[in-house]
Design a protein around this ligand. Sequence first.
Ligand code: SF4
Ligand code: SF4
Length: 451
Amino acid sequence: MVTTEQIKEFGIVGAGGAGFPTYVKLGSEAEIFIVNAAECEPLLHKDKELLRLRSEVFFKGLLTCLELTRSRRCIIGLKAKYADLVAHLEESNPAPDRIEIMGLRDFYPVGDEITLIYETTGRIVAPRALPITQGVVVNNVETIYNIGLELPLVSKFITVGGDVRQPISVEVPIGSSFRDVIALAGPNLKSADLAHMEEEFSVIVGGPMMGKLATSLDEPVTKTTGGLLVFAKDHPLIRRFETAGDGKKVMRIGKSACDQCSLCTELCPRHLLGHPIEPHKAMRSLMFSSIEEACGTSLAPQAHTMACAECNLCSLISCPEGLYPTQVSVAAKKQAMAAKASFGEPIHDQAHPMIDYRRTPVKKIMARLALDHFQNKGELQGAQLHPDHLTIRTSQHIGAPAAPVVSVGDEVAQYQKIASVGDKLGAEIHSPVNGRVTAVSEREIVIAPFA
Ligand code: SF4
Ligand code: SF4
């Protein structure tokens, strides 16, 4: 069994979120350890594939996590609709008296950490508090699998889906380009020229709800890349993402078209947990501000927006006018945080009495975002990618960037450390291949693999 010190040395970070260093989470004693296997964003499947095909390594990592956090109880939260997978995990469960597989309902965002804790334990974590305040530690499937491998972290599992011939999940070396990874699934291009893929397609990195538009297909895979979803440039979801990125437009149409119906608040998953977030109030504030104020720094700080989980549900699904309450709330949240605002009102510790009736089914999301004609699957394929170079970012995690410890011309071996954070919070970085370093900067290290 590996120690927290080894997990730190291996550079393992949360594979499903912002890349929080895993050794820090596992340094807490927890009453309950929860495995986030919800994978609630449509079209993403790599976690389910890992559980299906690599459950032995996953359970090895899970037992390590339970020992390190001294958790007596463990819940694996997985959607009940995957009955075969639930049965497979029950059969291969090495400690059924301690590890429970719990079927979740099929709504978004059941994989949001705070929502998952409520669904599996009934406990409510206060806004901006850590799960450990409720005696809980949460980790996702791939992170636990990486602990079970007992090796430095050098590869990433990714689902490639959307407008492709065959949606797949694949394990690729960290530092591979998005373009090379997408090519494995065969994007439905009119021209056969992958070098010009971006003329026909846009790519969402992550899921269709919380992902981000890729700025370049030459960007590298990092320790937190989980999905590459390919869509034609005129797909409605791409149009929505593009407008969402235009701050002035978002504020202008919000100011003129919001009728204060408050549906965005009524369906907000964090509001339903009793957190103070009320996105319709963030929208209302636009009516009392100029666009310049709304886009700048003088919009009155609204503390309640600090409870926003940025799930994008209110913008992409809840608002009947197609407005952008998420983006307005996030802009106000940044200002509230910069102003060091604090919640001035009592925080409820009870969920809304209507919470069970106001969940947003994934089926509705598929239909509303015009995703239901894409294949919603992604079987795990064997490793197939041998790029001619890997671009490895020095910051792929929360905390300080790692400082390179190699120079141009150095020969490196697979798993050799190439950048280090020393004693700072962050993650060590290792070479995914045997190769030669061809470029080094503060931001990235480029390695040419040996043939
Ligand atoms: S749902 Fe849309 S229209 Fe209604 S209050 Fe929220 S932003 Fe305004
Ligand atoms: S993005 Fe919208 S729905 Fe999601 S937590 Fe924030 S305010 Fe609530």
